[in-house]
Structures are given as structure tokens and as C-alpha cells.
Design a protein around this ligand. Sequence first.
Ligand code: ZN
Length: 372
Amino acid sequence: MRTELIDLASDSPGLRQQLRVLHYGDEGGAGPRAAIQAALHADEIPPLLVAQALAHRLAALEAQGQLRGSVSLVPCANPVGLAQRVLDQPYGRFDLRDGVNFNRGYADLCEAVLQRAGPRLTGRAGVDTALVRDVLREAAAALPAVGTTQDLKRRLLQVAIGADVVLDLHCDGEAVMHLYALTPQVDLAAELGALLGAQAVLLATESGDSPFDEACTRPWLALQQHHPLAAPPLGCFATTVELRGQADTHHALAAQDADAIVEFLRRRGVVAGDPAPLPAPLCAPTPLAASEPITAPKAGVLVLRQRVGDDLQPGDTVADLVDIDDGRITPLVTRGGGRLYATTPVRWARPGQRIAQVAGTTLVRVGKLLSP
Ligand SMILES: [Zn+2]
């Protein structure tokens, strides 16, 4: 294992922050490469625990000669956000300096790939895949880095870009295991979902606002869209894995999740050995556009009527909103039904707040599909 310490660009004299990357296996070898990062939203803590469990497993696999490829693990992807506190509360989703979500606004490398790799495609998948990876690495290396957060985003992309597998580990408020992936990669997403016991697998070709996983995958998709006959297969499977809810830090769950991820890496050829039979999936993948945000129309006390993981019918009440001035109860219902996969952990709702998410199949949302 090689430990890489990356000094992030400083916003202020005397202030220095570092990104730590753990590299396992033969980094320069021909085997497949995986990149895994934890807690890009820095107040999402379960991924930090799963990363520790993964580090132990990867070190043991490396010592046993069981790594056929390489893995780059960023056990704390956002030291900037992890250091943020407001009135003694951790605050790691948005950069306090400008309010920008740490998992939005990643560099769009589609144009670079289209311009630099598109005209040089040979139609031979192996050659073209290597070409695209070279272009992606060069383009990521040339990204600007003005200030700490922009440098953090650039460095994380540099670690992951060109990898065969990219796992971005997050969690939700209160939630069952679920993940987000690119629609054409439904088979790989379903496979990882089955291993992790995911209860929702949400698919989109573009979620909006350029989250980290799509920055890794969409250049490959853009190449296919512009060169449908000559482009290589998608060379990167990237996904955002939501490791249940904020309070779900348990050793047993972390061990279970790390084992599932290692098994997924075995199936991708990163880890040696024959894969175990795939567990039965707990859900069928559904379009992210059909995922229904349940929104509070006004402020009030939230009384949940369902539990995460419940399957709802159209018209079912997800929660009651109790007005504390007149005592009136407003039922918050699902229009489309489906599996309730996430709720807010807070029981006071503000006007317009998304208080729950339902993975449905019938609704069609347009525009930006992710939470702010
Ligand atoms: Zn997150």
C-alpha cells in the first residue's frame, strides 16, 4: 500500500489541508482499476466507517497477493467540509464560503474527449479505451485550481478519472441502502445493488449540476452519442452509493458493506477468485426521473406515517404535517407510489422542504433531478 498525501491549494496564509489517498495493488499494471471515496458530503459519517473496513480488507488482500488490479481509496474525501462547524453543529454538504454543494459542479470533460479522442477513434475497443483514458487524465490534470475547494474537486477527479470502477460513498438522512447510476449501466448497477442489498437503484443519463460520479461516466456516454458506430464501450462504471442514514454507523453493517464492495471488485476482476452467486435483488432499478420528492407546503411538526423501505400505493400518506398555530393536520401523500427510500432525520419541516423520497415508476420529472 502506498499512501499519497496531497497538499490542497491554500485559501489563506498559514492554512493547509491535505487529501490522503491509499493506493493498493499494482498501480501501473494492466489490471482493472477502482477508485473509492468516502464522505464527499463531509457530514455523512457511515461512509467513513465503511472506508475503514475496506482499508483493512484491501491491505489483507494485497498481502495475500489477491489483487489483480489496483484500488485507490480516499478514506476522507472532504477534509474541507469535515472541518466546518456552525454553532457547534457539523456542516459538510455545502461549502460555507460560497454555499456550493461539494458534490456538484464537477468539471465537464465531455468536450475534451469529443475533440481530442473523437477524431482519433480506430474502432478497436482496446486501443480506443486506452486513448480515451489518456485524454481524460490529461484533461483532468490541466483543470484550474483556484482555491481549496476547487483544488479538492480537481484532485478527487484526478484520482478517479480513467478508473474502471468509481464508487462515491454517501448516506442520506434516514434511509435504506440505495444507489444512483447511469441508465445504460443498469446491469452493473443492479449487480452492485444486489450485493449491497439496495432497496432502490435510481437511473439517469444526466441528473443535472454535474455530480462527481457523472463527471467520470458522462464523457464516455458523450463519445457514444456522437460516434455510435466507432466509440468504445463505456470504460467507467461510476455510482453514488447511499449507505443508509446518517445515524447508521454500526460495525456489523460496515463489515457487510465492505464485504459486498470487495465482492463487486472480484466480479470486475480487481480482486482474484471466483465470485459467489449473486444474492437475489431487493428491488428493480427505476428511473430517477420517476423518483418522487414529498414536499412540505408549510412549516409544521412532521409525524411520519411510514418507514423507510415501505412500499406505498398512490395516495398513501407518507407523513402528517401538524400546524402548531391551529392544530390542523395536513397529510403529505405520494402521487405515484413506490418504495419510500429516504426521509429527513429532522421532525420540524420548513415550507418547501423535501421531507421524503419515493422510488416510483410512473411519474416523469424534468430538469434537475437531485436534491439541492
Ligand atoms: Zn451525500
